[in-house]
Design a protein around this ligand. Structure first.
Ligand SMILES: Cc1cc2nc3c(=O)[nH]c(=O)nc-3n(C[C@H](O)[C@H](O)[C@H](O)COP(=O)(O)O)c2cc1C
Length: 349
């Protein structure tokens, strides 16, 4: 059942990535600088979850647990190895249920032996499961995903979430590697992130609405679709704006609908320390193959440096000094959430 579901997810996510929905990232502009001044040579280095990363974006959690998934994991790991990006596997829950499926995940570590690899489990999993997942991949960090809306719309999904808090807090304290708690495309409010900080979490991936949409994916698998729920959740931009005031207490990663280096730059300017990409990279690999994905990613590194040069930004954290212009929809979000928009728009006045 899990294997069939995983294959459905890949197929339906690929269909979605061919569409071109409106993005909240297009509601933001940088204020142009005519005389940009870089104080240092441009560096793409960042650090998250205690890990030093040469590049500030990575391949986010997708798959494992079936033959198709194994093939895709092998391709993604080849891309990660050739470009030096970190990479997460999809949820290891299939391998925890059936050890015969471990190989479809382990292929990632076998392909990229010295890479930064994240294991991934759901918040329904115990500390013991978390340890097993980390061991299967010899993982450098563990992602725990929060996906309540997906479970609820999924015909065979979970309906019990009361153990999530205890599992997260147990795992964060005892698993022995750094933990990233992530959404799966529904975003996080500052109330959620404060809640997670209270459980001991130090790194979150807000993974917001705007890219892969798991309510739509599960609706496509339901006999009767609940289409009116399709737009549930906070967008990635709304999540970053909401959580900005917490960036001194928690490292924030942005994912959900990141299409290119300009989206990345805007996410950094909204406080993200790193960027995760799933749907965009999956469709690169599926449409053009491994070599093509590698060349696009190498171009992205160069294009991100070009944007940094235009803005006079030498290090990723310096994006936080750039003035932004937000459109009325985002200003309304700020007003309703009692967030002073000047934090983003008048940083240099
Ligand atoms: C095919 C596919 C499978 C996914 N499986 C997982 C998963 O197992 N665990 C997880 O945490 N997130 C999973 N995700 C969610 C992504 O990690 C990410 O949070 C979400 O897709 C939003 O990013 P995107 O718009 O760049 O795709 C999956 C995404 C895709 C496209």
């Amino acid at each position: 059942m899990t294997s069939i579901r995983k294959d459905d997810h890949i197929r339906l996510a690929l269909q979605q990535s061919e569409e071109n929905p409106a993005s909240d990232f297009d509601r933001i502009r940088f204020v142009h600088r005519s005389i940009p001044i870089n104080k240092d040579p441009i560096s793409l280095h960042t650090a998250i979850a205690g890990l030093e990363m040469n590049f500030p974006f990575y391949i986010n959690a997708m798959t494992g647990g079936s033959e198709t998934a194994k093939k895709i994991n092998a391709q993604l790991a080849q891309v990660a190895k050739a470009t030096g990006l970190a990479m997460a596997t999809g949820s290891l829950s299939a391998a925890l249920k059936d050890p015969a499926l471990e190989e479809s995940y382990r292929i990632v570590r076998d392909t990229f032996e010295d890479g930064i690899i994240f294991a991934n489990i759901g918040a329904d999993r115990t500390l013991e499961d978390a340890r097993k997942a980390v061991n299967i991949l010899n993982a450098n960090a563990l992602q725990i995903h929060l996906n309540a809306p997906q479970e609820i719309v999924m015909p065979e999904g979970d309906r019990e979430f009361h153990l999530w808090e205890k599992n997260i807090s147990d795992i964060v304290k005892n698993v022995g590697v750094e933990v990233i708690v992530k959404e799966v495309g529904f975003g996080m409010s500052r109330q959620t992130v404060s809640h997670l900080i209270g459980l001991g979490v130090k790194t979150v991936d807000v993974s917001g609405r705007g890219g892969t949409n798991f309510i739509r994916i599960e609706n496509a698998r339901r006999p009767i679709a609940l289409e009116y729920l399709d737009e549930w959740g906070l967008s990635t931009v709304e999540s970053l704006i909401d959580c900005y005031a917490l960036s001194d207490k928690v490292d924030v990663i942005a994912s959900g609908g990141i299409r290119h280096p300009l989206d990345m730059a805007k996410a950094f300017a909204l406080g993200a320390k790193a960027i995760g990409l799933s749907g965009t990279i999956l469709s690169l690999v599926q449409s053009g193959g491994v070599k093509y994905a590698i060349s696009v990613i190498e171009n992205w590194k160069e294009e991100l440096r070009m944007i940094m040069l235009m803005l006079g930004v030498s290090h990723i954290e310096e994006f936080g000094f750039c003035d932004l212009i937000l459109d009325r929809t985002l200003i309304s979000w700020c007003d309703q959430r009692r967030i002073p928009a000047q934090m983003f728009t008048l940083r240099n006045s």
